[in-house]
Ligand binder design. Structure first.
Ligand code: FER
Length: 312
C-alpha cells in the first residue's frame, strides 16, 4: 500500500471485509423507539432495486474565512425539488480527507441509509452536505500530525458557520433552524463535531460524533502531542445554552486509530454535566461499520424525537 493510499484510510475508515454479518440473526424488524442499536441493520444499508437513490454532486462557495473558493459535495434526494424544503446533515470527514471522502467511498452506504430510511417513512428526505474540513487560507498547506498542520481543522467552525451554512441555506431549498440542522463527523470530523457542538449548540439540534480523534483536550497519543482546543473543564455546554436534542458520541470497541479517546470524551462530558448518549459498536474498528452505526442511530433518534408527523 502506497503512502497516499495509506492516508486515505484515515479519512473515511479502514476497509473491512463484508464478513461481519451474523448469519444466526433473528429476522429483523424495525421499531421506532429511543433505543440505540449497535449495528446499522442490513435493511438500511442494502441497495434496493425499487428505490432511486440521490446522487452526490460537487459545488463551490466563497469562504470569507479562508479567502478562497472552497468545494463541497452534496447528496440531494433523488426527487429533490424547490417546492419542498429539506433538513440538512453536515457530515465531516477524517484527517487527510476532503469533500470527496464520503462521496468516493461507496462502502459507507450513506446514500442507501438515508434513501432507505426516507423511503420507509422513518425520516423525511434529507440533504447531506460533505464539506472540505481543512479550512486553511493557504491553498498549499497540507494536513499532518503536528500542531500547525492541524489548526485548519479547528478553524473549520468559522468556515462552516459563517460561509458554508449561509451558502447552503441561500442556494438550496432547505429547512433552517436547529431542529432541521444536523451535524455528524468521523474521527477528525468527530473531534470537530464535538468541538463545534460545544461552541455553537444553538445551531444543531441533532449531533453524532463517531470515533472522535484526540486533541479536544491536551494529550499525547501515538501520532502527536496535542495542545488541546479546550481545557477539560470547558468540555461542557455553557450554563444557559440551548443544547442539542440528541448528542451521540460513539466508537467501535476495536478502534485501532483513536482507541479509548471517544470513551474519554464521554467521561469528560458526563463529569461536566453535558447531556449526551454514549455507546460502543461491538467489533467495529476505525471503519465504515462505525460510520453506518452512528449515522443510523442519529437518524433513528431524529425520527423518534420528531415523530412521523414531521415527515412530509
Ligand atoms: C491523532 C489521531 C488520530 C490525530 C488525528 C487522528 C490530529 C485522526 C484520525 C482520522 O481522522 O481518521 O492524534 O491528531
Amino acid at each position: 500500500m502506497g503512502a497516499e493510499e495509506d492516508k486515505n484510510k484515515f479519512a473515511t475508515g479502514i476497509e473491512i471485509e463484508e464478513d461481519k454479518k451474523d448469519s444466526s440473526e433473528e429476522p429483523y424488524e424495525f421499531a421506532l423507539n429511543g433505543e440505540i442499536e449497535e449495528k446499522c441493520p442490513a435493511m438500511f444499508t442494502e441497495h434496493r432495486a425499487d428505490i432511486t437513490y440521490g446522487e452526490y454532486t460537487h459545488g463551490t462557495y466563497y469562504s470569507e474565512t479562508c479567502g478562497l473558493e472552497r468545494g463541497y459535495s452534496i447528496l440531494l434526494p433523488a426527487d429533490y425539488n424547490e417546492d419542498s424544503k429539506y433538513p440538512v446533515l453536515y457530515l465531516l470527514h477524517g484527517i487527510f480527507g476532503d469533500e470527496y471522502s464520503f462521496s468516493n467511498d461507496s462502502g459507507n452506504k450513506i446514500k442507501e441509509i438515508v434513501g432507505n430510511m426516507a423511503a420507509d417513512g422513518i425520516i423525511g428526505e434529507t440533504i447531506v452536505v460533505c464539506p472540505n474540513m481543512y479550512a486553511s487560507s493557504d491553498p498549499d498547506q497540507k494536513p499532518g500530525f503536528d500542531a500547525e498542520s492541524v489548526l485548519p481543522y479547528d478553524n473549520f467552525i468559522n468556515d462552516l458557520v459563517n460561509d458554508l451554512m449561509p451558502y447552503i441555506e441561500s442556494n438550496y431549498s432547505v429547512l433552517t433552524g436547529r431542529e432541521n440542522t444536523y451535524l455528524a463527523g468521523f474521527s477528525m470530523g468527530g473531534r470537530e463535531t464535538i468541538f463545534i457542538t460545544l461552541q455553537r449548540p444553538e445551531l444543531f439540534g441533532y449531533v453524532c460524533a463517531i470515533s472522535a480523534a484526540p486533541g479536544i483536550v491536551p494529550t499525547k497519543d501515538n501520532f502527536m502531542t496535542h495542545e488541546g482546543q479546550l481545557e477539560e473543564s470547558e468540555v461542557r455546554f455553557a450554563e444557559d445554552a440551548v443544547c442539542p436534542d440528541v448528542f451521540i458520541v460513539c466508537c467501535g470497541t476495536r478502534d485501532s486509530v483513536v482507541g479509548k479517546y471517544p470513551l474519554s470524551y464521554h467521561e469528560l462530558l458526563e463529569k461536566n454535566g453535558a447531556q449526551h448518549i454514549w455507546y460502543e459498536i461491538p467489533g467495529a474498528d476505525h471503519d465504515n461499520t462505525a460510520i453506518q452505526s452512528g449515522l443510523y442511530n442519529l437518524f433513528k433518534q431524529i425520527a423518534n424525537e420528531k415523530g412521523s408527523e414531521n415527515i412530509r
